[in-house]
Write a protein that binds this ligand. Structure first.
Ligand code: AMP
Ligand code: MG
Length: 433
């Protein structure tokens, strides 16, 4: 079964409102293993809506439309769908009575315009809308030389659509896809490696399992590998295990989780909690982002003590004990200062671990020696020797925001590697240099 989604609403073509309904619908299709082949947005224009619905119904087995079922003059999806299907709209008095009652229950008389919502395409199954006035419809298109297809019309109000998706679309999909082996997916999340590096490394897996089996999704500082298998349960699991094993071979310790809900900061937190150890932060160019990430996790007070945003040299000295001479000799953005910040935070806050970040986030402040994007990170851990503090110098691409996000991400990943006893990110081929 191949499906398409059409979002209707002129506001969705503007700059103010995003089509989020299609994301919700896509998620449901994915869960039932239905391939989403196309997705579109049209304004509130009867001709455009009809043309688009006609085109999609001619190509796909399932078409899901949202929006334009309201009572106002710009809600034209009912009429447009009737045009596309070549069928009349039929007035249903029982729907009008239901809408009227709904208004009465809220203490108001039904506006005349709402009567339109009781019009149903001939032959459609009405999908009740307990959260609003606009009922939806399910229509078996086909006949008269038309291709067989199923069309669902849902209202645009996200909450109303969501209710009807659960009560009607999902049971329908369950029945329509029954007996067919389900599609099952897994995810690996990879921290602090560029997308191109990850893509390069998994090339062998694309070749082995098929390009369509694995999807790569990049976020700042994080790459997600989604992979899929279809078929009976045993067959599906075996294939997923095989892809997973190969990806682990190719990507290695940069994979920090296989749990779709897990985050890097949560993973670091679990490791700290498991070891019964604490962490603190010393941040300059990230302005507290690392601490913000760590404290996103509920219960992070179990292991996160706090940190210093030491933006000025004066505070690097007074809060973190960075020697003034070191700052004068090497500058705030330097290996020496990053190391001293980490060690200083560890001592000042009596933490087992400390992450320090100092860099040139830009757009100004760069120099030949320390161009914009240059960041020094250090992680200090238990032990008194030099090796207890790990350092990395990197040059991140992108604007100020990106440099700061990537810095926080790499700081967390450096700590995760040490807590998990994994090789350092510095030895990671293809990582930022
Ligand atoms: P409608 O059913 O077209 O009258 O839409 C009612 C409300 O739902 C409007 O406020 C829209 O902005 C919102 N809405 C309509 N379509 C979508 C969509 N695809 N994604 C998110 N919101 C939507
Ligand atoms: Mg609308």
């Amino acid at each position: 079964m191949r499906a398409a989604i059409l979002a209707v609403g002129s506001e969705l073509l503007g700059t103010e409102r995003l089509d989020t309904n299609s994301l919700r619908l896509a998620e449901v299709l994915e869960r039932y293993g239905v391939e989403l082949a196309a997705k579109g947005v049209v304004g509130d224009d009867r001709g455009e809506i009809a043309a688009e619905l006609g085109r999609l119904l001619g190509r796909f087995d399932l078409v899901l439309a949202t929006g334009g079922l309201g009572p106002t003059a710009d809600d034209l999806t009912r009429e447009a769908a009737a045009d596309a299907l070549g069928r009349p709209l039929v007035f249903h008095p029982e729907i009008a009575a239901w809408i009227e009652r709904r208004f009465r229950d809220h203490g108001v008389a039904m506006p005349e315009s709402n009567r339109r919502q009781a019009e149903v395409i001939d032959g459609a199954v009405v999908v009740p809308n307990p959260r609003g006035t606009a009922p939806g419809m399910r229509i078996a298109a086909g006949g008269d030389g038309r291709r067989d297809a199923t069309l669902f019309l849902f209202p645009g109000v996200p909450d109303e659509m969501a209710g009807m998706v659960s009560s009607h679309l999902e049971p329908w999909l369950a029945a329509a896809t029954a007996g067919r082996g389900a599609r099952e997916g897994r995810v690996f999340k990879v921290a602090a490696l560029p997308e191109s590096t990850v893509d390069d490394r998994i090339r062998g897996a694309y070749a082995e399992f098929g390009r369509e089996t694995i999807t790569i999704l990049a976020h700042p500082g994080e790459v997600q590998l989604h992979f899929w298998a279809t078929g009976g349960e045993a067959e599906r699991r075996a294939r997923l295990d095989a892809v997973a094993a190969r990806l682990r071979e190719l990507v290695g310790p940069a994979i920090y989780t296989a749990d779709p809900a897990a985050t890097l900061e949560g993973t670091v937190g679990d490791l700290l909690r498991g070891r019964g150890e604490s962490a603190a932060t010393a941040e300059s160019c990230t302005g507290g982002l690392v601490a913000e990430r760590l404290t996103r996790v509920p219960g992070s007070s179990d292991y996160f003590l706090g940190g210093a945003v030491a933006y000025s040299n004066r505070l690097k000295e007074s809060l973190l004990g960075v020697p003034g001479a070191l700052l004068a000799a090497h500058g705030a953005v330097s290996e020496e200062v990053a190391r001293a910040m980490a060690a200083g935070a560890r001592a000042a806050f009596a933490a087992d671990w400390a992450i320090a970040v100092t860099g040139v986030a830009g757009p100004g402040g760069g120099s030949e020696e320390k161009p914009v994007g240059t960041v020094h990170l250090a992680v200090a851990g238990p032990g008194e020797d030099e090796a207890a503090v790990e350092h990395r110098r990197v040059r991140f691409p992108g604007d100020r925001r990106r440099v700061r996000e990537l810095s926080a991400q790499l700081g967390l990943e450096m700590l995760r590697r040490r807590l998990a006893g994994l090789p350092s990110t510095a030895e990671e081929a293809g990582s930022w240099r």
